[in-house]
Ligand binder design. Structure first.
Ligand code: NDP
Length: 265
């Protein structure tokens, strides 16, 4: 029987995930289909998952913490960061994973000689990725426009700054981890500050995908190698697919089939 998968979030209409997974299922002759579900209430995630008869799901904004609470079993990394973006059902139990951070790690590993990383932003995505990067030996510094979200990073021993107490220095990689630039052309940090940071960096990444943000445009003016969030999105999807299909296919095979989603509109 065909297995069913879905994306939960609010909104979900813009997401490439259904196309990515359906392309891979089709190319690999895997009997499955992936849809999307606009969830209004995160508390209803588990009952909706079972009511729809799903085998697995991805979870996007704003329900990754609800997904964490909905799972019966958690992979150690998902447990550590408190956010789940991939669920697989086995024997009527929900198993939760976080594939955003390993997806991001894979995306940045394609840049060479990166050791020090400056995150602009300190939200949910920064949380899981900073934790994994540190585990893998990167030195992560967080710069956020306001203080509140920085407290938990400070407690975990990260160097944290707001625009007021930050002194620009040389970082190998600068990452826009904010939503600045998603709906408009705003920068994730003051222009004067970025003008001091960018000449000293080796590369820049934006986690936003599907458009060239003001941040990436500026980085290009300094002739820096750049990436938008497409690779992160692709790689988190590949790793989720590995979980969905119980590791029946290699990363490279899945990647080749899924990346067609980025050619199709
Ligand atoms: P959160 O809402 O958890 O955090 C948002 C962060 O952005 C906060 O640090 C906030 O600062 C900061 N911020 C928002 N607007 C501005 C602004 N105008 N100027 C400066 N800082 C700003 O968001 P997420 O961590 O969930 O998502 C962050 C981004 O990552 C989004 O754009 C999302 O689309 C993208 N993303 C991409 C993925 C991919 O696969 N490519 C996967 C997951 C997310 P403050 O604390 O001051 O409010």
């Amino acid at each position: 029987m065909k297995q069913l998968f879905a994306l939960f979030g609010n909104p979900v209409s813009h997401s490439k995930s259904p196309l990515m997974h359906n392309l891979a299922f089709k190319a690999l002759n895997y009997e499955a289909c992936y849809g999307r579900f606009l969830l209004e209430d995160g508390e209803k995630l588990k009952e909706t998952f079972f009511a729809l008869g799903l085998k697995g799901a991805n979870i996007t904004v704003p329900y990754k913490e609800d997904a964490y609470r909905a799972c019966d079993f958690l992979d150690p990394f998902a447990q550590k960061v408190g956010a789940v973006n991939t669920i697989v059902e086995h024997d009527s139990k929900l198993h939760g994973f976080n594939t955003d951070a390993p997806g991001f790690l894979k995306a940045i590993s394609e840049f060479e000689s990166i050791k020090t990383v400056l995150f602009l932003g300190a939200g949910g995505t920064a949380q899981s990725t900073s934790s994994l990067l540190r585990e893998k030996g990167y030195e992560v510094t967080l710069l956020n426009r306001s203080k509140e979200r920085l407290h938990r990073y400070e407690e975990e021993g990260f160097a944290t700054y707001t625009f007021d107490d930050f002194t620009p220095a040389a970082y190998d990689l600068i990452v826009n981890m904010t939503s600045a630039g998603l709906q408009d052309d705003s920068l994730p940090a003051p222009l004067e500050l970025l003008k001091q940071l960018l000449p000293q960096t080796k590369a820049c990444i934006d986690v936003i995908y599907g458009k060239e943000t003001a941040f990436l445009k500026l980085a290009k003016k300094y002739q820096k190698p750049t990436k938008d969030g497409s690779d992160m999105l692709l790689y988190q999807g590949v790793i989720a697919f590995e979980h969905f299909t119980d590791h029946a296919y290699s990363f490279e095979v899945i990647k080749t089939t899924m990346q067609k989603a980025f050619i199709l509109a």
